[in-house]
Ligand binder design. Structure first.
Ligand code: ZN
Ligand code: ZN
Length: 189
């Protein structure tokens, strides 16, 4: 099988570039060429040994801007080779109580890329088509920012922020910036 280099978090405090297999996409999957990957605070906490869900060794990276290279036989429209995409890095089981209540983010068997299954800090990854989001308007750099920004948007949605209110955002990294953008989007000044 062909190999590719990947950034592997071997153990807390130690990363290595290792050769891993280039994946072969299944019928429901797309093979992606990774163009851009963000470094998340979660990756950093995994490196520091402070993230209890982190499994070692693991390829890091879950904030992705990519191009579709190949699609499996069951992948429906509109996904086609050449499209630029980002992805939802959270795989959920679909059967636990949280999943059945429509809260896949709280799945008891959540398998996040780079945490409990291989991530995207490599050249080629294979992803179920259901997790892809295509955009012809966003650049691959912007596509890699979508996932962290959604975390801030989710926080503002959970906080039921409304126009006319005031919010304090403590910490303006990319997630905090997402919270600011989401609040402005809801009419806050
Ligand atoms: Zn992240
Ligand atoms: Zn579940």
């Amino acid at each position: 099988m062909n190999k590719q280099p990947a950034l592997v978090l071997v153990e807390p405090g130690k990363t290595e570039v290792r050769a891993i297999d280039i994946p072969v996409p299944g019928p429901d999957e797309a093979l992606l060429q990774v163009n851009m990957v963000g470094f998340c605070g979660g990756d950093l906490n995994g490196f520091r040994g402070l993230f209890e869900l982190q499994e070692y060794p693991n390829v890091l990276g879950h904030e992705v801007g990519a191009t579709i290279l190949e699609i499996g036989s069951q992948v429906p429209d509109p996904f086609k080779p050449g499209m630029t995409v980002t992805l939802n890095p959270y795989l959920n089981c679909g059967i636990c109580l949280s999943c059945r209540k429509g809260r896949p983010n709280a799945c008891q068997d959540n398998k996040t890329m780079g945490v409990r299954r291989p991530g995207a800090m490599t050249k080629f990854i294979s992803v179920p088509w259901q997790k892809l989001h295509a955009s012809s308007r966003l650049s691959v750099r912007e596509l890699a920012l979508v996932e962290p920004l959604t975390v801030g948007f989710h926080a503002v949605a959970r906080g039921r922020v409304m126009a006319g209110e005031k919010v304090a955002v403590i910490g303006c990294g990319i997630v905090g910036m997402g919270a600011v953008a989401a609040a402005v989007n809801r009419g806050l000044k």
